[in-house]
Design a protein around this ligand. Structure first.
Ligand SMILES: NC(=O)c1ccc[n+]([C@@H]2O[C@H](COP(=O)([O-])OP(=O)(O)OC[C@H]3O[C@@H](n4cnc5c(N)ncnc54)[C@H](O)[C@@H]3O)[C@@H](O)[C@H]2O)c1
Length: 299
């Protein structure tokens, strides 16, 4: 949490701020018993023993958006309100998506080692694609999906979006100048597919081998949403076969991702450690949004 937001809370309340607490289960449970409010990122599992230990807690603040580390209905049953920082890191994720899309479509940026060692792979890198004119398919048209659409349109991309919770004529599509597309239509037509859905039963395994095979040849897949939504082995196979033109993966079934030989020599693959929503600016916005909501609820 941004330390100035911690200081804002500490000026009024008794605050224990300890980024290492998540790794000390015994102390975490002890401290949780006396907490009126718990503020977590994505690693702290607010369920099971920790949820049971929250004897007097009224609110869980989530420094981020995904709630898959929190037993939301279990919290509700105990009268604990759960507050995510919806929207506060959307721009950071959207910029990551656009940067990845541009790098992977163009395909010319992995040449540092070759150029520095006196090679000149100009011919091999001459078939990169421009971003303008390509079709971006957005799956999940919430806060991040909509922000990504705005950036993509600024770069001249055509944008189509699918959202399982929204009707095709929902105003949010036309208000953002975006075409609604069915899931199969989007997957078969988009040059870049980006995922912005929560991890729930209906999204688990959404991008399995069959769905990846249904993507356009040479398309790029970007997953900043959650692990378990994309089958990483299928992504690696599709990159190796040349069916996928590139992939950027920021989130994994298990984090940290254990060493994975199949991914190490995959062409056109960007792997990042769950960082797309984390930047100096986003951390500040997320932290102050949660601090303000906590102060408000404790008034
Ligand atoms: N990698 C990171 O650093 C990072 C940062 C922020 C958020 N995230 C992830 O991104 C997800 C989206 O964030 P957001 O702020 O846009 O959330 P949001 O709640 O604003 O939007 C999510 C959208 O997904 C839609 N949706 C739900 N189920 C769906 C389904 N089965 N198919 C298609 N759409 C479906 C919802 O209707 C909603 O419009 C979060 O749940 C989180 O897991 C990751």
């Amino acid at each position: 949490m941004d330390e100035r937001a911690v200081a804002q809370l500490a000026a009024v309340h008794d605050v224990l701020y300890d980024p290492q607490l998540v790794d000390d289960a015994t102390r975490l449970l002890t401290e949780a018993r006396r907490a009126d409010v718990l503020i977590v990122r994505n690693r702290t599992q607010v369920q099971g023993a920790l949820l049971a230990a929250l004897g007097q807690c009224k609110l869980v603040g989530r420094l981020g958006v995904g709630l898959d580390n929190i037993d939301v209905s279990g919290c509700a049953a105990k009268g604990i309100q759960v507050i995510p920082a919806t929207g506060a890191n959307a721009l950071s994720v959207a910029e990551y998506v656009m940067a990845s899309a541009m790098l992977l479509l163009r395909g010319a940026y992995a040449s540092t080692q070759a150029v520095a060692t006196g090679q000149w792979p100009r011919n091999a890198l001459s078939n990169g694609r421009e971003t303008a004119g390509q079709t971006l398919g957005i799956i999940g048209f919430g806060s991040i999906g909509q922000t990504t659409a705005r950036l993509a349109q600024g770069l001249g991309m055509k944008v189509m979006a699918f959202d399982a919770m929204l009707q095709p004529d929902a105003p949010v599509f036309s208000q953002n100048g975006v075409c609604f597309a069915g899931l199969d239509e989007l997957v078969s037509q988009a040059d870049v597919v980006t995922l912005h859905v929560p991890l729930v039963d209906t999204t688990r395994g959404l991008f399995n081998a069959a769905r990846i095979a249904a993507m356009k040849k040479g398309a790029v897949l970007i997953n900043t949403s959650r692990g378990h939504i994309v089958d990483l082995a299928a992504v690696a196979a599709a990159l190796q076969s040349g069916h996928l033109g590139g992939a950027a993966i920021d989130v994994f079934d298990v984090e940290p991702l254990p060493a994975n030989a199949a991914l190490q020599d995959c062409p056109n693959l960007l792997l990042t450690p769950h960082i797309s929503g984390v930047s100096l600016e986003a951390n500040e916005r997320v932290s102050f949004m949660i601090a303000d909501k906590v102060l408000e609820s404790l008034k």
